[in-house]
Design a protein around this ligand. Structure first.
Ligand code: MG
Length: 369
């Protein structure tokens, strides 16, 4: 690469926007580590949560582009936000999104929770790396809402996973083989709520300097209304490609604890046919007779309708699990799907040391009465 002392290959900018009175977003620029966090909970809460999260991430993140290690650092940051609230910092119910990237040459590790996003701009095409953990994100994936509708949906800011509440929260992780000259973009929803992807791509393709790009992106979001805090990080990818990996390689999260209220809203919103489809795509774990069971569907009932089907009854004793997990299982622990549920069961077995062949698996889900 040619040396370019006049400009940096990365830049970050966070702006209050034109409507909010506080900036609850936080940006982390600590090469090779970059992150954007969007705090939740209002003044004196959201801004504390996002700041605690990025500082904890900075301290615990790996220095290599290892997505799983970066995901673990986000879990550490999650516990730091929970602990901060216990210590009386910030406010009750505070939380934050966190989208982090580690750039090593042209290899990028991403870990992510919430609705801030990571994108790769490659050859004039803007590719979204992350999937939003949001109600409208779920509805788009279910096919009941378009991207454009989502940007104006009244519940567009409802997120289904965040740091600050669930000690068992996991981050989604991704590894991306980029090419020199590609641009990595991290941003809060104050950017993507104001500008569609085509507009963002247009800006990324129009300038060469990362500092100019971040400025133009923020100005464009504000010109479009600036309804929210807007934060962007742009990193120009340099260096050599790694040969061994595909683009993008996604590691499936094995637990995505869905806040039940949000799922209920989604069920109503998707209508009764969508409701059944939605339920069948989901899964949850629950304590039954002192052991853990895996169900396809969603817990509870809806106007007398049960939407759950037993998948697996295990011999994993609740009493052998940690107190927090045990307590959550007496309610239920929602996961994205049955495969994630099985992964979580495997994890529990390895913790508990259960070696008993304990499956009474039903090949086809059976409807409960
Ligand atoms: Mg926001």
């Amino acid at each position: 690469m040619t040396s370019r002392s006049d400009r940096k290959s990365y830049s970050g900018l966070s702006d209050i926007g034109r409507v909010r009175t506080h900036n609850e977003d936080a940006v982390l620029i600590d090469p090779p580590l970059f992150a954007v966090a969007d705090g939740l909970g209002g003044h004196d809460a959201g801004e504390v949560a996002s700041e605690v999260a990025v500082q904890a991430l900075r301290e615990s993140a790996p220095r290599r582009a290892d997505a799983k290690a970066l995901g673990r650092a986000i879990r550490t940051a999650n516990r730091s936000v929970i602990q901060a609230e216990r210590d009386g910092l910030g406010g009750e119910g505070m939380g934050t999104t966190l989208t982090a990237a580690l750039v090593e040459g042209s290899f990028i590790a991403v870990a992510h929770v919430g609705d801030s996003r990571a994108y790769l701009y490659h050859d004039g095409i803007l590719e979204r790396i992350t999937q939003d953990h949001s109600l409208v994100g779920d509805m788009i994936r279910q096919g009941t809402l378009t991207e454009e509708e989502a940007r104006f949906h009244p519940n567009r800011s409802v997120i289904t996973r965040a740091l600050g509440s669930d000690p068992n929260m996991l981050a989604d992780t991704y590894e991306v083989d980029a090419e020199p000259g590609d641009l990595l973009l991290l941003c809060s929803d104050g950017l993507t709520g104001m500008l569609d992807d085509a507009h963002v791509a247009d800006i990324l393709g129009s300038y060469r300097d990362s500092a100019v790009i971040t400025r133009v992106l923020v100005d464009a979001a504000n010109a479009a209304g600036g309804h929210d805090n807007v934060s962007v990080v742009v990193v120009e990818i340099e260096g050599e490609t790694r040969e061994s990996s595909a683009l993008p390689r996604r590691h499936r999260p094995w637990v995505g604890a869905l806040v039940w209220l949000f799922a209920a809203v989604a069920l109503v919103a998707t209508g009764s046919f969508g409701l059944m489809q939605y339920a069948r795509s989901k899964a949850y774990l629950v304590a039954e007779h002192g052991t853990v069971s895996l169900y396809r569907g969603v817990p509870g009932d809806f106007a007398g309708l049960k939407l759950s089907w037993v998948e697996e009854e295990t011999t994993i004793p609740i009493s052998a699990l940690d107190a927090v997990t045990a307590a959550r299982l007496t309610q239920s622990v929602q996961v994205e799907n049955v495969a994630d549920g099985r992964d979580l069961l495997d994890e529990m077995r390895s913790i508990v040391g259960t070696t008993t062949p304990d499956t009474s698996m039903t090949p086809e889900p059976v409807e409960t009465p």
